[in-house]
Design a protein around this ligand. Structure first.
Ligand SMILES: Nc1ncnc2c1ncn2[C@@H]1O[C@H](COP(=O)(O)OP(=O)(O)OP(=O)(O)O)[C@@H](O)[C@H]1O
Ligand SMILES: [Mg+2]
Length: 162
């Protein structure tokens, strides 16, 4: 199943992140695809803010992994851009992360080959003029519907995002 959304500005990308926070179960694997600067980390920032995280949300470009405990949820944010081979994921403790009751959000997941398995949801961000387009894909029509519904609700009333 596939659904496209228009994200005219960074606030819309954050709202999509907040929609994921509301729609995903406590345990989920999400791939964030898209070129450098497409908005993947911005989406994670929106998700964490919606869960109540008030501190900084750093890009894990160098650390490869940032972990959060917020709003009763555990979130692992990977950025695999610099990963050369899946073995590095073992060293990072990624297997434990996948086994946890946690949201696992992965930028540049393709660097891991098949190692991560298939995600519950993938979000592909593409440039669209000054804004972005998001292509959501999931094997679960129910999950996709929930994300789109939450996104539309948040766009109508942005105060709900925080
Ligand atoms: N929908 C949008 N429209 C316009 N600008 C956006 C949108 N979403 C995010 N941005 C902007 O794009 C820039 C890059 O965003 P971000 O760092 O999240 O990208 P990224 O995909 O994580 O990049 P990288 O692959 O380098 O980690 C930021 O300045 C952000 O504000
Ligand atoms: Mg990033």
């Amino acid at each position: 199943m596939r659904h496209e959304l228009s994200l005219p500005d960074a606030a819309a990308t954050e709202a999509l992140g907040a929609a994921l926070a509301r729609a995903l179960p406590a345990r989920a694997l999400v791939f964030l695809e898209g070129d450098l600067g497409a908005g993947k980390t911005t989406l994670v920032r929106g998700l964490l803010r919606a869960l109540g995280h008030a501190g900084p949300v750093k890009s894990p470009t160098y650390t490869l992994l940032e972990s959060y405990d917020t709003g009763g949820r555990r979130v692992y944010h990977f950025d695999l851009y610099r990963v050369a081979e899946p073995e590095e994921l073992e060293f990072l403790g990624a297997r434990e992360c996948l086994g946890d009751e946690a949201l696992v959000l992965v930028e540049w997941a393709r660097r891991a080959g098949d190692w991560l398995g298939s995600p519950h949801l993938s979000v592909h961000l593409e440039m669209a003029g000054a804004g972005r387009r998001a292509v959501l894909e999931s094997g679960s029509a129910e999950l996709l519907r929930a994300v789109v519904h939450e996104f539309e609700t948040l766009r109508e009333d942005p105060r709900l995002s925080h």
